[in-house]
Design a protein around this ligand. Sequence first.
Ligand code: NAD
Length: 483
Amino acid sequence: MTGAVETGAGVIQPGLYIDGGWQDASGAATLPVVDPATEEEIATVAAGTVADLDRAVAAARAAFAGFTATPVAARRAMLERIHALILERAEPLARALTREMGATISHARGAHVPLAAAHVRVAADLLTDYPFLTMRGTTAIVREPIGVCGLITPWNWPLYQITAKVAPALAAGCTVVLKPSELSPLSALLFAQIVHDSGVPRGVFNLVNGTGAAIGAAMAAHRDIDMISITGSNRAGVLVAQAAAPTVKRVTQELGGKSPNILLPDADLARAVPLGVMAAFRNVGQSCSAPTRMIVPRARLTEVEAIARATASAITVGDPADEATTMGPIANAAQHRRVAAMIATGIAEGATLLCGGPGRPPGHHRGYFVRPTIFTGVTSDMRIAQEEIFGPVLAIIPYDDIDEAVAIANDTVFGLGGHVQGADLDQARAVARRIRTGQVHLNHPEWDPHAPFGGYRHSGNGREYGAFGLEEYLETKAILGFA
Ligand code: NAD
């Protein structure tokens, strides 16, 4: 086992976690981890090979029969131990997130870690009374774990996406092989140590680092993996589904989004606009369900623009480790280039730049920082209204009547998140029913970890979180003549 690394977030094992222990990769390749605030390499982690993946899958397969027979109460207790350890180690986890993808330390402490823990809490709680066996007449309907699951996660909410998959998979009684994003693997390695320390039986949880092209693709095609759950880009989601088809795996895909936020004519703009801007810019705009299209009544456009500009100007872009910072850098170089290109596209398309724009914010000469950017006068046919940008870039699109607002909201290939703001709740509810997305939020409610999350159309297939998330990892068996 090569030496553990100190990254400023505590000591992290750089290896692979297979069959209950840390192991070296069978090859010599490593993956660099770059701090996006400084552009400096802060660590390397071992890059797994396909032979390593085979060992991990074999361990998960060998563990499956025993683990699936574990009493539900024991699985619940195991998840509770994982939950407690995440909270106990919240600070090193938050620091790892700050260093590996630039989350501000306050956002890492206040959102990335506690929301990740919430997925584990929810999975544990579901096991209190989840009906794994129900009767329909004389037929028993039994819900059973699907088997060995391959879990592929992205860099934007690294820990949160991991627990959203691992916790329900273990709750269901599945065994897993996790491949975290190669761009932000540090929090994943801390999580693997937590799983280890919580006493999860060997082989039940395995972690293999690697690129999507090498390890992710091999997982999708693997003959002994029964299901793949991927969160990532549409490109990767489609490639996984294609590679998984010959082995008839279940494939759950949580992919991109271009989520609408309709401000109805009676919306309280003083509340709705700042919350809408901050929701779009949360996590530096790197959230799949970020409401990046603010669809506003043309008669109130000037008011909206003034409030939106004031909201953006109050954002402090800077060192994510500084508690006063409210927006850190974009998480990596490739994404930084994409965001810059899309800001240039918006200008070239003729959208009006309300604030922000090309280049780093004043005073920043290195790091993947961008300026919080708002375009107004955007039309639905523009690329900045159609394509996921995944950065702090908001498009304000005016409408003349509610039918047009709904038509604009539904005018993308995506269907992940949606928001409606309005004083008349009945009207807001009616508009929500017309939006073709997996979630719709009315007037910025609290986050609900039980609410199913997932996409219509190109945003994916399947649902995560809560009972719906658990059921993704279950097969359905009917036993006729049971009673
Ligand atoms: P990405 O597609 O580049 O990578 C995601 C994961 O897929 C990584 O682990 C990567 O290694 C792996 N991967 C890449 N190519 C693969 C292949 N050919 N086969 C198997 N695995 C492969 O995405 P990203 O840039 O890390 O994440 C950002 C994207 O994720 C955005 O599009 C965002 O909308 C989406 N996302 C969706 C949700 C959701 O729940 N719907 C949540 C977060 C992020």
